[in-house]
Design a protein around this ligand. Structure first.
Ligand SMILES: Nc1nc2c(c(=O)[nH]1)N[C@H]1C(S)=C(S)[C@@H](COP(=O)(O)O)O[C@H]1N2
Ligand SMILES: [Mo]
Length: 334
């Protein structure tokens, strides 16, 4: 098993805004050197921001199973609630990757604010015994919602701790009963260029945004569909009304505003892999030993903290998920 040694690049693994825009390309240029000052400014702003200031509907958050007996940070699902300090609401909702609205993280919230998420349906189809189109009320029946406090590690080198509300994807899949040919799950974001303006521009990414998981990854108890954040309805910029969260994988696997879920036999195409297969793999499990071709993945900037920390294999969820990858080469985790 060959594990590539991580190499630090100038102590600046956080990619600048201009590099984010080039994330889909191989363009190297001088942006890395130029980004240090901008990055420092960004993190001063994060540290300064505080106060939740959130508006929105309160969610009916049922206590997670076993919470009566669990100590804080423990639920019926091991690893489901880290006790690490949670990233402030303002940062989670104003530092977003949602390229359909903007490639500028700080512009997404404003551009997404009028996004219409009701009514909303999600078609669950393909290799299943009971295909069904779910509306938001149907999802409510798949509740109770659980609070899941997960580490979120973006492939760009920053991370957060996010208190989601959601339910295990397995509960939805159980309802449609995948048949014996189903091996993968494919997800699709809404395609509606009137509302998501960058979907008019195929030079940004190949729309609609699509993602995928192997069926056993999709059924893992840590894999959730999130409908809320900080105990309130999910804001548009975070993927309302329903987005995927897979905490041991890089953030781009967490596809937003899902309208279609399809059970399939073959590994499905995924948006960032289509954009650049050399840089973004299907598995994309968080792995500090496998660098991105243009930056190290050994460390990460936790938003709001003053210095970087080590990135953990499987984003700290190895105990729960490493068994899914027995016999696979570490390199394939990418
Ligand atoms: N449809 C869609 N889903 C998406 C993205 C996107 O651009 N479009 N960005 C991904 C990336 S790179 C990350 S890091 C997370 C960011 O989620 P957040 O803004 O809620 O933190 O969403 C992921 N899901
Ligand atoms: Mo990301």
């Amino acid at each position: 098993m060959i594990v590539k040694k991580a190499v630090d690049i100038n102590g600046n693994e956080i990619t600048s805004q201009s590099l984010f825009m080039n994330r889909r390309s191989f363009v190297r240029s001088a942006v890395l050197a130029a980004s240090t000052a901008a990055t420092a400014l960004v993190y001063r702003r994060f540290t300064a921001s505080s106060g939740k200031g959130r508006a929105g509907e309160k969610l009916d958050l049922a206590a997670p199973a076993d919470s009566a007996t669990a100590k804080p940070g423990e639920t019926g699902t091991p690893g489901a609630r880290t006790v690490e300090p949670q990233t402030p609401y303002d940062d989670i909702t104003h530092y977003n990757n949602y390229y359909e609205f903007s490639t500028d993280k700080r512009a997404v919230a404003e551009k997404a604010k009028d996004f219409i998420t009701r009514p909303w349906t999600v078609s669950v189809e393909g290799l299943v015994n009971n295909p069904k189109t779910f509306d938001l009320d149907d999802f409510a029946k798949l509740s109770p919602l659980e609070e899941r406090v997960y580490r979120h590690r973006c492939v760009e080198g920053w991370s957060m701790v996010i208190p989601w509300a959601g339910f295990p994807l397995s509960r939805l899949l159980d309802a449609v009963q995948p048949n014996s040919q189903a091996k993968y799950v494919q997800f699709e974001t809404i395609f509606d260029p009137k509302q998501l303006p960058n979907e008019r521009n195929k030079n940004i990414l190949d729309w609609p945004y699509v993602e995928g998981l192997r069926l056993d990854e999709a059924l893992h108890p840590l894999t959730i569909l999130a409908t809320g954040l900080y105990g309130e309805t999910l804001p548009p910029q975070n993927g309302a009304p329903l987005r995927l969260v897979v905490p041991w994988k890089y953030g781009f696997k967490g596809i937003k505003s899902i309208v279609k879920i399809r059970l399939v036999a073959e590994q499905p195409p995924t948006t960032w892999n289509i954009a650049n297969a050399h840089e973004y793999g299907f598995y994309s499990n968080v792995n500090p030993h496998v660098d991105h071709p243009r930056w190290s993945q050994a460390r990460e900037q936790r938003i709001g903290e003053s210095s970087k920390r080590d990135t953990l294999i499987f984003n700290g969820y190895a105990e729960q998920v490493a068994g899914l990858y027995n016999g696979m080469d570490l390199k394939v985790y990418f």
